[in-house]
Write a protein that binds this ligand. Structure first.
Ligand code: OXD
Ligand code: MN
Length: 595
């Protein structure tokens, strides 16, 4: 089937196991993609939307029991359990292969197995990596064509003896009790079964570009991170880049495509998007840290996306996009979701496939995790450097979380090691919107808890080790857009106004502004965050002002002392794999707070 013997043998072996009726190689051509779209429309797997309103756009609905990533069914299979660490579910590789082989057996009978050659990064470039995904789903093929670079050019780049990550996906019988998302980092292999949901089946994304890539990065001296990448253009035309990690539901996609307040755009400031979810970071020849986005599309959450919250994301979905689990508006054969606008359709089908009318139904029309899969090239603010195979040089790394009180609006770490500590203690509090208790602190180091393909203690050590290799280190910051008043209102306006904080961060990187040294790091003086033209009412009749700013820049020791206890418990889970340096950082923080 290809020039690569190892690849051919593996395809044969997987076909023998799954017994598809046909095998089709995805060549990346528009003709082939169009044929597959027609086939999927005919079978009801996707629906063609109004091509005048949404050219090239389709709608898909997953099974109702299959709407999100399944962390409890996600496994890292390393020879030694310790290497997967307490942050991962573990299975012995041979045991897992044997167990899943039974589930895959004959699972593609009567179906076609598609062979998708794909590249994470610009095809054939030095920092790109190749993968092959075998799947029985046209929906997966069409999504992979948007999310990655797919086709024959990738096979050419793999050549006769090149390496590739082997991914096998079968929908099998969609039994959620037999759903497995498994990774074999020692063999560059991913096996996914009984799911059709993006995060579980688009194997280039979380499975390869984070879990397998983080393992490879440690071995090869680079980093795979759950980070957006953006560029800030100043009026003089200079662009500085930052990479930022946030847990889910913290506005990562919004920040990646932020539109600065008018007082800045009038002066000529702009934000350019390089990526919204994943960054691969390497040390460049110039001793700086360079970041590239290995993906080619956005797999964004639809609800809440509108022309106010994120016009660039919404505009990205106006053509060549696949919508999953949103409302099907039968009035004009388009799509709708909660938070799009105030005009829900009355003649519609909800995400479960049932007739839906918002005036009579108390159910949401779109699933809260409904998605759009859109090509990055559609984004009005896509960076000119997006296709640069080397990526962009990073001036600042920004960590963030959702904390009602503890973390100030922004602070800067003392140095790289302290910055690694700041990333390692990242946390979010659960909100009323999420299931489970409200206000519970969930630690999510570097937003990578579900995505590190090995022991988190070793991951921290790798971050520390990388610091020793970067001559011109980026500065490391932490932000918290989510401070609440005692009444539960957001103090900071967020969205585009977050640019005011990014401006301070960039000034710190250029040594253009002073800061106040505190127990946790460097915090801005309130006068140095530009509040010009900021019109925001925290609650009715309570305008945001410099006193409110002072309040959210304060370091509240009692909260921090409590947080230290929680961090101590969290660190203890990693036992002897926890780097001594981070334990020292924690002890240092504790002693500064209790002095
Ligand atoms: C995502 C996630 O879908 O982080 O990007 O869950
Ligand atoms: Mn993500």
């Amino acid at each position: 089937m290809t020039k690569n013997k190892k690849l051919n043998a593996w395809i044969e072996e997987m076909a023998e196991l799954n017994q598809p009726d046909n095998i089709v190689l995805i060549d990346g051509s528009e003709e082939q993609a169009e044929k597959l779209r027609a086939e999927a429309c005919a079978s009801g797997e996707i629906f063609k939307l109004n091509q005048d309103l949404l050219p090239g756009c389709y709608l898909h609905r997953t099974a109702v029991n299959d709407v999100a990533r399944v962390e409890h069914r996600t496994f890292i299979c390393t020879t030694n359990k310790e290497d997967a660490g307490p942050n991962n579910n573990w299975m012995d590789p041979q045991e897992c292969y044997a167990k899943l082989s039974k589930l895959y057996k004959n699972s593609m009978r009567g179906k076609t197995m598609y062979v998708i050659p794909y590249s994470m990064g610009v095809v054939g470039s030095e920092f790109a990596k190749n993968g092959i995904e075998l799947t029985d789903s046209i929906y997966v093929v069409l999504n992979m064509i948007i999310m990655t670079r797919v086709g024959s050019a990738v096979l050419d780049s793999i050549g006769e003896d090149g390496d590739f990550v082997k991914g096998l996906h079968s929908r099998a019988n969609m039994d959620e009790n037999e759903r497995y998302i498994t990774h074999f980092p020692e063999d560059n292999t991913i096996w996914s079964i009984n799911s059709g949901y993006g995060g579980n089946v688009l194997l280039g994304k979380k499975c390869f570009a984070l879990r397998i890539a983080s393992y490879l990065g440690r071995k090869e001296g680079w980093m795979a991170e759950h980070m957006l990448i953006l560029g800030i253009e100043s009026p003089d035309g200079n662009v500085d880049y930052l990479a930022a990690a946030f847990p889910s539901a913290c506005g990562k996609t919004n920040l990646a495509m932020l539109i600065p307040p008018e007082i800045y755009t009038q002066k000529g400031y702009k934000v350019w998007t390089v990526g919204d979810d994943i960054a691969w970071l390497r040390v460049g020849e110039d001793g700086r840290l360079w970041a590239m986005n290995p993906e080619n599309g956005f797999f964004g959450v639809a609800p809440g996306t509108n022309m106010k919250s994120n016009p660039n994301a919404l505009l990205s979905t106006k053509k060549d996009t696949i919508f999953t689990n949103v409302v099907h508006n039968l009035e004009n054969n388009s799509v709708w979701w909660e938070g799009l606008d105030k005009n829900p359709p009355h003649n519609a089908i909800d995400w479960k496939g049932n007739p839906w009318d918002p005036t009579t139904s108390d159910q949401k029309g779109a699933h809260p995790n409904s998605r759009f899969t859109a090509p990055i090239r559609n984004c009005p603010c896509v960076s000119s450097e997006f296709e640069n195979p080397k990526g962009v040089p990073i001036s600042a790394i920004v960590f963030g979380g959702r904390r009602a009180k503890t973390a100030p609006l922004v602070y800067q770490s003392r140095d790289w090691d302290n910055g690694v500590f700041v990333g390692s203690i990242m946390a979010s509090e659960t909100t009323a919107a999420a299931s489970g208790a409200v206000g519970v602190v969930r630690r999510d180091p570097m937003a990578m808890l579900p995505f590190v393909g090995y022991n988190m203690g070793d991951y921290f050590a790798h971050w520390l080790e990388m610091g020793t290799k970067i001559k011109n280190q980026p500065k490391i910051f932490n932000v918290n857009w989510f401070r609440l008043t005692d009444e539960g209102d957001f103090v900071w306006p967020g969205f585009g106004d977050n640019f005011r904080v990014l401006e301070w961060i960039m000034k710190r990187c250029k040594n253009e502004v002073d800061a106040r040294e505190t127990e946790i790091g460097y915090v801005p003086y309130a006068k140095d965050i530009n509040l010009d033209d900021l019109n925001y009412e925290i609650s009715e009749g309570r305008p945001f002002n410099v006193d409110e700013l002072e309040a959210i820049l304060s370091v509240e020791k009692d909260y921090w002392i409590k947080d230290v206890e929680n961090i101590e418990e969290f660190y203890a889970k990693f036992g002897s794999r926890m780097p001594a340096k981070l334990l020292e950082e924690l002890a240092g923080l504790k002693s500064r707070l209790t002095k």
